[in-house]
Ligand binder design. Sequence first.
Ligand SMILES: [Zn+2]
Length: 234
Amino acid sequence: MQAHDARLDRLAHQRRTLPEAVRVDELAGRRSELSTRLGLERMAVSDLEAEVRKADGDVTQVRTRRERDQQRLDTGAVGSPKELQRLQHEMETLARRISVLEDAELDVMERLEQARAELAATEVESAGLDSELAEVTDRHDQAVAELDRQVALARSERDRTVGQVPDELLALYDKIRIQQGGVGAAALHQRRCEGCRLELNAADLRELAAEPADVVARCPECNRLLVRTAESGL
Ligand SMILES: [Zn+2]
């Protein structure tokens, strides 16, 4: 009886402290961190893509204007020298502007490339984590199923034993078990109670030895039900 209960307690403890469960929690925590990071990095990439489009539009706009000026020059549409001077000056200004805008576009493109590389690395990490999480979850579920199977077996064995124990004795055992932190009965081994580990004194041992085998003995120290065996030292 005591052995069955100890086994059930041990199984319940194992189930509460499964290393796989700890690992699943740990991975799930990292999973949620990574999801946040993925979201931020995707947003950064899409922001930079919009910036590149805008920078590209800016360059195109100024280029178009400079080409138009160039055409006016080429076709000789400009009459006065003053107008010609103004146009040449504007074209120089536009050329400088184009160079500045192109540098800016290049800078944004580099940042976009870097952001995309970071995102790709995070996606790889995320995929790895997902497969690890799936694997650990699978192991966890198997461990739980195995423990459940053992619990069911231990329960049915305990139930079989309970059927053979008189009700009164069972009630006493349960009461002591609760009082004594889970151990209601202990063997007397070499004059020592296996429950409290104390050696019984000579008088108690004599008294115990004199009692018939069907009388339920109790440890004088810890009050547990005392099971007498051939190794009891009586
Ligand atoms: Zn004891």
